[in-house]
Design a binder for this molecule. Sequence first.
Ligand code: UDP
Ligand code: MG
Length: 323
Amino acid sequence: MMGVVMSLLSVVLPSYNEEQNVPNTVRVLSDCLTEAGIDHELIFISDGSRDNTYQEIQKAARENPRVKGVEFSRNFGKEASIFAGLQIASGDAVVVMDCDLQHPPEVILQMWKLWQEGYEVVEGIKSSRGKESLAHKLSAGLFYRVISGLIKMDMNASSDFKLLDRKVVDVLTALPERNTFFRALSFWVGFRTASVKYEVQERKFGTSKWSAWSLMKYAVRNVTSFSTLPLQMVTVMGVVSILFSVALAIQTMVRFLSGTAVEGFTTVILLVLIIGGFIMISLGIIGHYIARIYEEVKGRPKFIISKATDNIKGNVTGDWHGI
Ligand code: UDP
Ligand code: MG
């Protein structure tokens, strides 16, 4: 191997309460990547876990120096974990995947091959959504339909499972914004893109962290941080009510002039309610955008790291506290 510099692959694994998955995932991934002859590092981000996830990461790191990890000071969410991982990763290519092995490790090898062929972003595309409740399927379907329309990209089968070239990682970690939507940002940045299909596997241990409420919040946050279309809908609603009121004004005048304008009470109540509803929805939509602006302006860090394994301590700047 004289003169050949081996490329390094970083695998970023957001982990929230995954104490059972960590040791198993380390084993499966190291076996798979070692066998394929890929030099690698496994970066676990414990997202303020309340179980022994971080202890498991430390244990794995002591046994295998390719395993690295940090602990957040509290739960900051998967987006924050992904971005922390991207900052820490030093690989020439970085794969982001769930640590519950729902993203099959063999797919990394296909992604790696495409990267070697010169692709800079390799998207993992779900060929089926795995086992989900009907309600989850329907709401996720609706969310992706809406968001695909809003950002004008087909997001339906996309996931956070993807490989990014070093260039792309540097672009993403340099983005100044706080409200990120990783899944769509990798489309937004462009670059030479390929995709691989994969079957979503069953979770090995533990349970999914998403409740219907958290999915809702995730959907609203992502739509408002990625698109201004809802704001334009407020204008459309205004135009519709103006057209409606012109028609009604004409009718009212005609009635008044013809002397039959006595019983208008029902109409008044309905109008007040409908217009009141429009105004409140509009204020709500604007409010969501103001909230996003407020968060961006405050400029707080996306995450706070409270602990890190020895092999990465001090190697990352910013957002480090208490170490
Ligand atoms: N996760 C995280 N922070 C959170 C929620 C989830 O880092 O606040 C991680 C979780 O440990 C897992 C991945 O994100 O590795 C996907 O989460 P999960 O498996 O619960 O979601 P699902 O696969 O059901 O969509
Ligand atoms: Mg999962």
